[in-house]
Each structure stands twice: as structure tokens, then as C-alpha cells.
Design a protein around this ligand. Structure first.
Ligand code: ADP
Ligand code: MG
Length: 259
């Protein structure tokens, strides 16, 4: 007999198709190493979720599984109702909704700033050249780097490169943005410029999952915060509760260090 869908245990194990991201029972192994252990996580449309935790706790693995840069071994990932499976049609559909920004920018070094953005539009959306150039310029302007459009990434500061990376991702109009420690590789002066852009983006209503230890930023923008430890989510709470009344002892110790 099928489980009663109204029972809490049944509903807790079912993906929620209304969610932007719905992860259930996610497990990831690197060889014998168990990097993600039974992760359940939902991210609603328009929600800003911050993921933090010690180095090696699985934050990048989680983000990378969500856009299939890493393949998960068990469990399910749904993005806007589409299940992510290792088939091109599924991966392409899911990635169409996701923009990704990495710690080390990952811009194409041999292309100018403008060409980096145009390339993404031409490749992913087959947009005509003239239109793609206009879209690229508009987005570069929004992150205050249009004056750098003709330069190569290596000629820009880290903060400028990261803002280009954000513009390049936004050109494709993703419904969800994934950030993996976007300010960790930046000098202190550049951090603020990137966080201001991310804050503006958060206010635009986009869905965002962001791995970061920028606590001030998290407190200002996040609806919810998640703390990971040794491949598990050990706390997942509304932001005020997460910082004000954490349940988990390891999170308390972590916050004592970073606050
Ligand atoms: P975090 O982003 O929280 O620092 P990661 O997700 O990068 O953590 O890594 C989680 C664990 O998985 C770490 O112990 C790391 O060494 C291991 N790991 C990550 N990527 C790989 C890989 N490609 N091959 C083997 N082990 C990996
Ligand atoms: Mg990481």
C-alpha cells in the first residue's frame, strides 16, 4: 500500500516540486570518502540561503552537485520541478535555471571582459551578435565594470573580475544563482564592492544559495542559514535564530570564532 502522503515522514522524504531547489537524501562519495551524507534541503523561489561551515564540510560539493559539476551517488535533486539526472537533456534544462559564481572567478583568460559575456550568450542562448553585445554591456554596467569591457581578466583587480563573473552569469537570466565563496579570494578592499552587488541582486527577488563566511552580509540578506559539518547539515534555521539562538554545539563554537 502506498504511504499516506499526509504523514510527516512521507512528506519529508518527497521532493517538493514547488521549490526552486529540492534536495532529498543526497549522498556523494569521492572514492570511499563519504562527502555528503543524506542531505535534505529546500530553497523556495526568491529565498536567499547562506551555507557556511568549516573547510572540508561539503559546502562546495553540495553546490557543485546541484548544477551537476559533481555527480551525486544517491538521493534526488530537483530544480524548479525538474529532476537532475545524468542525462544531457536533464542537465541542460537544470543548468538553464542556474547561474554559478566561483571563488576564483573562472573567467576565460584569453577573452576580453565583453567577449566573456558575449560567448556565454552566443553559446547557451544562440543570441545574435549585436543583441548579445547589448545584453552584455547592460549587465557589465549594472556591476560597474562597463569601463573595463575591452580588457582581459588578468588586467583587472580580483573584485572587478568577480563582478564580471557575476555579470556573465546574470546575462543568461538564471532564476537561481549559486555562489561558492565569491569573496574568499579577494583583497579586503574588493570584498565590499562584490558584496554590494550581491546585496542588490538579493533584493531583486532572485533565488540565491551562497556559500560564504561573510557574517554581516549573511545577516543582512539571508532568509535562512545552513551550517554544514562533516558532510551533514547540522543546522538549518531562519537567519535571526541561526545567529541568535543556535541549537547545534558545533555551530555555537563556529559562531564564537567568526563573530
Ligand atoms: P568545503 O567546500 O566545505 O570546504 P568540499 O565540498 O570542497 O568542502 O569537500 C568536502 C570533502 O570532500 C573534503 O574532505 C574534500 O577533501 C573532499 N573532496 C572534495 N572534492 C574532492 C575530489 N574531487 N576528490 C576527492 N575528495 C574530494
Ligand atoms: Mg569549498
Amino acid at each position: 500500500m502506498p504511504a499516506n502522503p499526509e504523514t510527516p515522514s512521507a512528506s519529508a522524504s518527497r521532493p517538493d516540486s514547488q521549490m526552486a531547489i529540492s534536495v532529498r537524501g543526497l549522498n556523494k562519495f569521492y572514492g570511499a570518502f563519504h562527502a555528503l551524507k543524506n542531505i535534505d534541503m529546500d530553497v523556495a523561489n526568491g529565498e536567499i540561503v547562506i551555507v557556511c561551515g568549516p573547510s572540508g564540510s561539503g559546502k562546495s560539493s553540495l553546490i557543485r552537485c546541484i548544477n551537476h559539476l559533481e555527480q551525486h551517488n544517491a538521493g534526488t535533486i530537483h530544480v524548479n520541478g525538474t529532476e537532475l539526472v545524468a542525462r544531457p537533456a536533464s542537465v541542460i534544462k537544470v543548468r538553464r535555471d542556474l547561474g554559478m559564481v566561483f571563488q576564483n572567478f573562472n573567467l576565460f583568460p584569453h577573452m576580453t571582459v565583453l567577449a566573456n559575456c558575449i560567448f556565454a550568450l552566443r553559446l547557451a542562448l544562440h543570441m545574435p551578435q549585436a543583441e548579445s553585445e547589448k545584453v552584455a554591456r547592460d549587465h557589465l554596467e549594472q556591476v560597474n565594470v562597463l569601463d573595463q569591457a575591452g580588457k582581459y581578466p588578468g588586467e583587472l583587480s580580483g573584485g572587478q573580475q568577480q563582478r564580471v563573473a557575476i555579470a556573465r552569469a546574470l546575462c543568461l537570466q538564471p532564476r537561481i544563482m549559486l555562489f561558492d565563496e565569491p569573496t574568499s579570494a579577494l583583497d579586503p578592499e574588493s570584498v565590499g564592492s562584490v558584496l554590494r552587488i550581491m546585496e542588490k541582486l538579493a533584493a531583486s527577488g532572485i533565488t540565491m544559495v551562497c556559500v560564504t563566511h561573510e557574517i554581516g552580509f549573511a545577516r543582512r540578506v539571508a532568509h535562512r542559514c545552513v551550517f554544514m559539518e562533516r558532510g551533514e547539515i547540522v543546522e538549518d534555521a531562519p537567519t535571526a535564530q541561526f545567529f541568535g539562538k543556535p541549537n547545534n554545539l558545533r555551530l555555537k563554537a563556529f559562531l564564537d570564532q567568526v563573530l
